[in-house]
Design a protein around this ligand. Structure first.
Ligand code: PAF
Length: 273
C-alpha cells in the first residue's frame, strides 16, 4: 500500500490510470463499518483508494473537531490488511485555502433532520466530498447507510452536478450487542455504552410493529420514545428516501432515523425499510 499526502501526486496517479477506482472517504479511527466498505470496494474495482481527513468544515463551533479520535498507525495497518492500494492522508493546508468557493447543501433536504440540528454540517460534507472526488476521480464511491442523510445528499450532488461517479450505499454495521458502529463510540463509558443499546432496541421494536403489519408512524414513534426512556432524544423521524415526511410506512421507501445524546456524545442510528 502506498501512502500519499500530496494532492498533486494523487492527481498525477488518478489522471494517468485507466483502471476502475473504488473510493472510500473516511475521517479515520477505522472500524468494521469502514472495513466493510473497503472490502466491497476491493471486490468491485481494480484500484482501491481510501482517504483519511478529519474535515473541519463539517463540524460546527463547539463540536468535537479538536478531539475527534485519531488512530493513524492502526488505520494504516487496517488499510494494508484490507488490500487498499493508496491511502491518501492530506494535511489541512493541502485541502483548504483561505478564501474558498463553497458549496451549499440543498435548502430543504440539507436542513432537515441532522441538517436542522447541525445547520451547515452538510455544506461542509459536500464541499470535502466534492474536493476528494475531483482528486480521486473514482468510478465508484462507497458510503455507509449509517449516515443516511449524508449518502442521500451525496447522491443528489452527483446527480445535480453531473459527476460521472457511481455512489454505492452500503449496510450499517453493528457490534454484537446491536450498537451501530461509529468512531464516536470511543467517547462512551461502559455504562453509556449499555445505555446506548436502547437505540438499536428502539429500532428493533419498530421493526416488530412493521413486521406485524402496523405501518402507523405515530404508533411506531411512540414505541421508540418509550424504549428510549431516560435518554435525551434529539429526534425520531420516519421519512422517505427523498427525506420527505411520510404518513404511513412504505416498504422500500422508508427510513426511520433516530438521534440522541448520551452524556456528551451525539449518536445516530437508522433503519431502512
Ligand atoms: O462519513 C464521514 O466519515 C465523513 O462525513 C466524510 C464522508 C468522510 C466526509 O468528511
Amino acid at each position: 500500500m502506498k501512502i500519499i499526502t500530496d494532492k498533486k501526486e494523487l492527481q498525477a496517479f488518478t489522471k494517468s490510470t485507466t483502471k476502475s477506482i473504488g473510493f472510500v472517504p473516511t475521517m479515520g479511527a477505522l472500524h468494521e463499518g469502514h472495513i466493510s466498505l473497503i472490502k466491497k470496494a476491493r471486490g468491485e474495482n481494480e484500484i482501491v483508494i481510501v482517504s483519511i481527513f478529519v474535515n473541519p468544515t463539517q463540524f460546527l463551533a463547539g463540536e468535537d473537531f479538536a478531539k475527534y479520535p485519531k488512530k493513524d498507525e492502526a488505520d494504516k495497518k487496517i488499510c494494508t490488511l484490507a488490500g487498499v492500494d493508496i491511502l491518501f492522508m492530506p494535511d489541512i493546508n493541502m485541502i483548504y485555502g483561505s478564501d474558498e468557493v463553497t458549496i451549499k447543501a440543498p435548502n430543504v433536504r440539507g436542513f432537515v433532520l441532522d441538517g436542522f440540528k447541525r445547520p451547515t454540517h452538510f455544506d461542509g460534507v459536500l464541499q470535502i466530498v466534492l474536493k476528494l472526488f475531483n482528486l480521486v476521480r473514482p468510478t465508484n464511491a462507497y458510503f455507509g447507510r449509517k449516515d443516511a442523510q449524508q449518502v442521500i445528499l451525496i447522491k443528489q450532488m452527483v446527480e445535480n452536478l453531473f459527476l460521472p461517479i457511481n455512489i454505492v450505499d452500503c449496510p450499517l454495521i453493528r457490534d454484537l450487542n446491536g450498537l451501530a458502529l461509529s468512531s464516536r463510540n470511543a467517547y462512551l463509558s461502559d455504562s453509556e455504552k449499555k445505555e446506548a443499546l436502547k437505540i438499536s432496541a428502539s429500532l428493533q421494536n419498530a421493526t416488530k410493529l412493521i413486521v406485524g403489519g402496523n405501518m402507523n408512524i405515530d404508533e411506531i414513534k411512540n414505541v421508540m420514545f418509550a424504549t428510549l426512556d431516560g435518554i435525551k432524544i434529539e429526534y425520531i423521524e420516519v421519512v422517505s428516501l427523498e427525506l420527505k415526511q411520510l404518513k404511513k410506512v412504505e416498504l422500500k421507501n422508508t427510513i426511520i432515523l433516530v438521534a440522541v445524546q448520551i452524556g456528551t456524545t451525539r449518536l445516530i442510528d437508522n433503519l431502512w425499510i
